[in-house]
Design a protein around this ligand. Structure first.
Ligand SMILES: Cc1cc2nc3c(=O)[nH]c(=O)nc-3n(C[C@H](O)[C@H](O)[C@H](O)COP(=O)(O)OP(=O)(O)OC[C@H]3O[C@@H](n4cnc5c(N)ncnc54)[C@H](O)[C@@H]3O)c2cc1C
Length: 424
């Protein structure tokens, strides 16, 4: 067995790591593990998006990456590449039902989120990982099953099944993680899964007049029970997400009956001239579901960890999924750097404890923000925060852990009992 040194310590780890999933978290995980001397095989189910593109442009989303996520990007030296491809956002603009525009500027210089297409971020991190010695990426390679005791993962490829042995396996295969499902089947964890009533679909906004929508802002149109939000792209367009209940008044069912344009005209009238109706109609994909999936543990002994959406799938209402996933990897990096020889099991256990607590808290905060975005305020204004700063500012910029935000913000607002907020 080859033994490699870890950065920043004389500790040593066995060499072979498999990362299941070549999404943003998987690619970043590969780069981090390579820093610790692991030989890393990233196994991605999709065909090579370097060669063939993503093929899902109609469904791609924009992500708001906060300083939390940026810290992880800095660790693997791709902060500048990221900044070149992303749009900085220094304000939040709320568009009320009565067409008022309420602007909240983020006052401190470091208070910036960045908007980037998920696919763009994925490419950037893939290239970063591939530049590292020891990292190999295998496309069209889908994890099918795992023997956790023998430490062997089976992958379906166009050339048939491949069995890959591993010392460490990182599950970064997203919300419907095959690794998590295999652990569930083997009795290694349990999951809490909630499917939300709300669904979403993507729209493109192409402002009819330049400057009509600030390009350095996240835009939100909160309504009673539903909302629209939009993030800027570098090309001057905006990627918008329309979130509605599946059925009832102002729902996707209503869109099926009376058309998207009708619903937009009634509830988001100021956006009618800006929506790219051509792509909205030609890419009329069914609305997507939203889920929250939380696991009882994020590791198995000294050989498996879950990260990103595979570890904690949360509702997207606070824009924390990728940020929490990247924070997972900062913690993984830290525990690996501190681990003793032969102490991988203790390191992964520490990772699991810490990130489960934070992931659960982030998921709960996301659900709380849904209530704030869709509250019955009558005039389409979000309710004023009881505890001072709005939750998105507290969560993105104050450097607090998700657990701490939950404890401080929500016990003050009285939205959850303190016993939940403190995790006791
Ligand atoms: C509408 C919406 C808006 C969002 N907005 C934000 C936001 O503003 N900010 C934010 O932080 N987060 C946001 N999120 C959440 C964010 O998209 C996710 O948290 C993030 O994409 C998770 O990254 P990941 O790499 O863990 O998983 P994924 O991005 O899902 O990647 C998983 C990868 O694993 C691969 N895979 C799956 N199964 C297998 C298998 N069996 N074998 C091999 N490979 C496999 C997939 O092909 C994929 O490439 C949003 C989510 C939604 C739905």
């Amino acid at each position: 067995m080859t033994i490699y040194s870890t950065p920043g310590s004389a500790d040593r780890f066995p060499a072979r790591a498999i990362v299941v999933g070549g999404g943003p978290v998987g690619c970043l995980a590969a780069a981090m593990l390579a820093r610790h001397g692991f030989e890393v095989d990233v196994c991605e189910r999709r065909p090579s998006f370097l060669q063939h593109g993503f093929g899902d442009e109609g469904r791609t989303i924009n992500l708001s990456v906060s300083p939390r996520g940026m810290r992880a990007l800095a660790k693997v030296g791709c902060r500048q590449d990221f900044a070149d491809a992303a749009m900085p956002m220094d304000r939040r603009v709320v568009h009320t039902r009565d067409r008022q525009v309420l602007i909240t500027r983020y006052e401190q210089p470091g208070w910036r989120n960045h908007s980037i297409a998920r696919n763009e971020l994925n490419l950037l991190l893939l290239r970063n990982a591939q530049r590292r010695p020891g990292v190999r990426v295998h496309f069209s390679t889908a994890c099918a099953s795992i023997d956790f005791d023998r430490r062997e993962a089976v992958f379906a490829t166009s050339a048939g099944e491949q069995v890959r042995p591993y010392h460490l396996l990182v599950a970064a295969d997203g919300a419907h993680s095959q690794v998590r499902a295999a652990m569930l089947d083997s009795g290694l964890l349990t999951c809490q899964q909630t499917t939300l009533d709300a669904r979403y679909r993507e729209l493109t906004l192409r402002p009819a007049e330049p400057g009509r929508l600030s390009r350095s802002a996240i835009h939100v149109w909160p309504r009673e029970g539903f909302f629209l939000c939009a993030l800027p792209n570098v090309d001057g367009t905006f990627r918008a997400t329309l979130v509605l209940p599946a059925e009832g008044q102002a729902s996707f069912e209503e869109i099926r009956r009376t058309g998207l344009r009708n619903l937009v005209r009634r509830h988001f009238g100021d956006t009618v001239p800006d929506i790219d109706w051509h792509t909205a109609q030609s890419r009329d994909a069914p609305p997507a579901r939203m889920e929250q999936i939380l696991s009882s543990t994020l590791h198995y002994r000294n050989s498996v960890v879950l990260a990103g959406d595979a570890a904690h799938t949360m509702a997207p209402f606070l824009g924390q999924g990728i940020n929490a996933g990247f924070e997972d990897l900062i913690t993984l990096d830290n525990v690996l750097a501190r681990a003793h020889p032969g102490g991988l099991g203790a390191a992964l256990s520490e990772y699991s404890r810490e990130r489960k607590a934070q992931g659960d808290a982030a998921a709960m905060l996301s659900m709380t923000n849904y209530r704030e975005l869709t509250a019955q305020t009558g005039d389409g204004r979000p309710p004023a925060p009881v505890s001072g700063l709005p939750l998105p500012i507290v969560i993105n910029f104050l450097g607090l852990s998700y657990q701490e935000v939950l404890r401080q913000h929500l016990t003050i607002d009285g939205l959850v009992p303190s016993s939940i907020a403190t995790g006791s």
